[in-house]
Ligand binder design. Structure first.
Ligand code: UDX
Length: 443
């Protein structure tokens, strides 16, 4: 079976490569010329474990092809996945212009071709989008709308684990409006034996936003409790463990820290709140989740001040710039707010990250100004008055902390991810403070 994908961004490329690897023939439309040239040459455009190998394998097998012409894709594929971007607009709503123009192109080509096509929406879209796309289809199809079906099939891919998440999903959600769409999608996903929720498209769209909002709520909740642990004396890691053994709560997404970032949680929360406002519903719970998250950098700065008193003129080493490890993505990373706040206090900032430095400089030119960037963490740590861990990169567990102790000005360590609390080399030689617990060590 031939399948099309519109948009070779994060979701589109992972979806296309994985479906090709399952044996389907893939046609991918990418309008960005530079990206298209790279992909045609087998050069992966996103940083994702295992993706480069799968991309090249399937290019060699002739199972995946890239083009900038939607026409070829519509001609060649019975099912077309819409994976174009839906960035946040200033009011928090999702910008749907790329979805609309892709849809228009697909409908026009389908009508010319006179053959049935199923459009599968994989981008994260506001509730009601599939219904709205059906209206667009009937406007542009002018009497031929029976040729087009729209279905919703949200993705739940985590950056850094996207290939695994695609190949071994917890569940697959299929929002279908017709029997034909249901049959086609069930066929595409027949090799997966996870639970499949076949439902209407509104329900499918709500599942995606509700899942991400709920996970983000867990994180803000545990961060709120972490603040209490700091105030009264308590250990948030053990609180989370004690809660997580309750099967109704679960252990996942209860790691307290500097807050969530990335391309999904912040954007999806804003969009879900916006949907609530559109329908005059009280989504203030989620507004608080956002507020708690936004306040995390200031909370960390306050903790740093307790350790150092004056930040003016102090050298602070920031470990990690990406929003989480194993990705080069810095979108909505807590590092940006932290670095801005440190500079506003008059601190001298040095920063390091295994792969995120270039992206950070590109996306946050203002925050990056006057920051001393070093690829080697040892260089960033040299002569620092305090170390602030922002991203839990495994590399930071391998450093020779006892040796680094002799290179720093003051041995103060603030762990924004509760990540190195079992690193004896560090705990023994530094005054170690983690989010949600009292300080330890410091010889
Ligand atoms: C998320 C969802 O997990 C995925 O299903 C969806 O499709 C896209 O959004 P992703 O943004 O890649 O995936 O990252 P995720 O691993 O979920 O982490 C998001 C953020 O939350 C990171 O900044 C991470 O550091 C933070 N986090 C996560 C915590 O602070 N504590 C936790 O316990 C878990």
């Amino acid at each position: 079976m031939k399948i099309g994908v519109f948009g070779a961004g994060y979701v589109g490329l992972v979806t296309a490569v994985c479906l090709a690897d399952l044996g389907f023939d893939l046609w991918v439309v990418e309008k960005n010329k530079a990206k298209l040239d790279k992909l045609r040459a087998g050069i992966n455009t996103i940083y994702e474990a295992g993706l480069t190998e799968l991309l090249n394998k399937n290019i060699e097998l002739g199972r995946i092809q890239f083009t900038d012409e939607g026409k070829f894709v519509v001609e060649n594929s019975e099912a077309i996945f819409l994976c174009v971007g839906t960035p946040s607009r200033p009011d928090g709503s999702a910008d749907m212009s790329q979805i609309e123009s892709a849809m228009k192109e697909i409908v026009e080509q389908t009508v010319q071709l006179g053959q049935y096509r199923l459009v599968v929406v994989k981008s994260t879209v506001p509730v009601g989008t599939s219904a709205w796309l059906r209206k667009i289809a009937s406007m542009y199809a002018r009497g031929h709308e029976s040729l087009i079906d729209i279905a919703s099939n949200p993705e739940f891919l985590r950056e850094g684990a996207a290939v695994k998440d695609f190949m071994e999903p917890d569940r697959i959600v299929l929002g279908c409006s017709s029997e034909r769409a249901r049959e086609l999608l069930t066929y595409i996903y027949q090799q997966f034996d996870c639970p499949k929720i076949v439902t209407d498209s509104n329900t499918a769209e709500i599942i995606k936003y509700a899942a991400n909002s709920f996970l983000a709520t867990k994180i803000s909740f545990i961060n709120m409790v972490a603040d209490l642990c700091e105030s009264v004396g308590g250990d948030i890691s053990q609180v989370a463990e004690g809660m997580g053994y309750d099967k109704r709560i679960g252990k996942e997404f209860l790691r307290a820290g500097i807050g969530f970032g990335g391309s999904c949680f912040p954007k999806d929360l804003r969009a879900f709140v916006h949907v609530g406002q559109l329908h005059n519903l009280n989504f203030s719970l989620l507004e608080e989740v956002i507020k708690i998250n936004q306040s995390r950098p200031q909370r960390v700065i306050a903790r740093l001040k307790e350790m150092l008193w004056v930040l003016q003129g102090k050298k602070i080493a920031v470990l990690g710039l990406t929003f989480k490890p194993n990705t080069d993505d810095v979108r909505e990373t807590p590092a940006a707010g932290l670095i801005a706040a440190l500079k506003a206090e008059g601190a001298i900032v040095s920063a390091t990250d295994p792969i995120g430095i270039d992206n950070f400089k590109k996306i946050y030119p203002l925050e990056a100004k006057d920051v001393h960037f070093h690829e080697k963490p040892e260089m960033a740590l040299k002569n620092s008055h305090a170390v602030l861990l922002v991203t839990d990169w495994p590399e930071y567990n391998q450093l020779n902390w006892a040796g680094i102790r002799n290179e720093v000005e003051l041995p103060l360590f603030l762990d924004g991810r509760n990540f190195l609390k079992n690193q004896t080399g560090l705990i023994d030689d530094f005054l170690y403070t983690a989010v949600g617990s009292k300080s330890t060590g410091g010889n």
